[in-house]
Design a protein around this ligand. Structure first.
Ligand SMILES: Nc1nc2c(ncn2[C@@H]2O[C@H](COP(=O)(O)OP(=O)(O)O)[C@@H](O)[C@H]2O)c(=O)[nH]1
Ligand SMILES: [Mg+2]
Length: 254
């Protein structure tokens, strides 16, 4: 199963993180392939990645020209992964906040779900080393998203997730409009609205130890407005249409 798995890791100034993250992935998922999508990082991450890809045929690199945002990096990665025929396509941060040890667990849950989300907040709060205000914003964002859109997940802004290829094939990737935290919300929302089953895996999220965060207040603001835009696009209907809704309801009762 792992042989069909691709893990996409977007990078911007992550020179000291890329080697440890690839090693950690391959320690527990030796057959998984990794695609790094680097946006011409000023710190030279791209050159480190080229060397890694040269030495390990499970590692691939895509070089973007300029910093275009997390969402754009993932869309590039998704298209690459679909074209190469991978069955499971993951999103994972480069900075160690998403523990690669959980990959096999995501794949296990993916046997009965189409999209699997890592969750920091179901059954407790598992966030290490975040200032309280950041935690509160993140948790309130989750409640807000659920209220406005109906998306029934416990951590909609999380960025550790596993898509089955059928989910990505069903989404019009050229029409995804958001780029930061709302990119995560938008994709999960579109998958749910299409009637795909969503599973969750509890994860422990630890703030990065090396490098700096690239996600800003402007990106959080973007997410706030995008939630309304998404809901508006579906006329504020808070559940999938017709047959899809019934399937979802019967699954959620399991
Ligand atoms: N390719 C690319 N990667 C990005 C960009 N912005 C952020 N990233 C990567 O996305 C991941 C998450 O970003 P991070 O700064 O850790 O966000 P935070 O965890 O919310 O503080 C990291 O692997 C970053 O290197 C971007 O514009 N382009
Ligand atoms: Mg981070």
């Amino acid at each position: 199963m792992q042989g069909k798995t691709l893990i996409i890791i977007p990078t911007y100034d992550e020179r000291d993180n890329v080697t440890p993250i690839a090693e950690a992935v391959h320690k527990t998922s030796p057959e998984a392939h990794i695609l790094f999508v680097d946006d011409n990082s000023p710190d030279g991450t791209g050159a480190v990645l080229d060397k890694m890809a040269e030495e390990d045929n499970r590692i691939f690199v895509h070089h973007g020209e300029t910093k275009a945002g997390l969402g754009r990096a993932y869309l590039t990665g998704f298209k690459w992964g679909l074209a190469k025929g991978y069955e499971y396509i993951f999103e994972m941060d480069a900075d160690g906040s998403h523990d690669p040890k959980c990959v096999p667990e995501f794949l296990e849950v993916a046997k009965n779900a189409d999209l699997v989300l890592g969750t920091r907040y179901r059954g407790g709060i598992r966030v290490i080393n975040w200032p309280l205000n950041r935690l509160l914003i993140s948790m309130s964002a989750g409640i807000f998203v659920r209220l406005i859109t109906g998306l029934p997940v416990s951590d909609p802004t999380g960025g550790y997730k596993c898509f089955s290829r059928r989910v990505l094939e069903s989404i019009d990737l050229d029409n995804v409009f958001s780029n930061g935290y709302s990119f995560q919300i938008e994709l999960s929302y579109m998958a749910w609205m299409s009637g795909w089953r969503i599973g969750e895996v509890p994860i422990v999220f630890e703030d990065r130890r090396a490098g700096y965060s690239k996600l800003s207040k402007a990106i959080a603001r973007e997410a706030f407005f995008m939630v309304f835009r998404l809901a508006w696009r579906n006329k504020f209907r808070r559940r999938p249409k017709g047959k899809a809704a019934q399937e979802w309801l019967s699954n959620s009762e399991e």
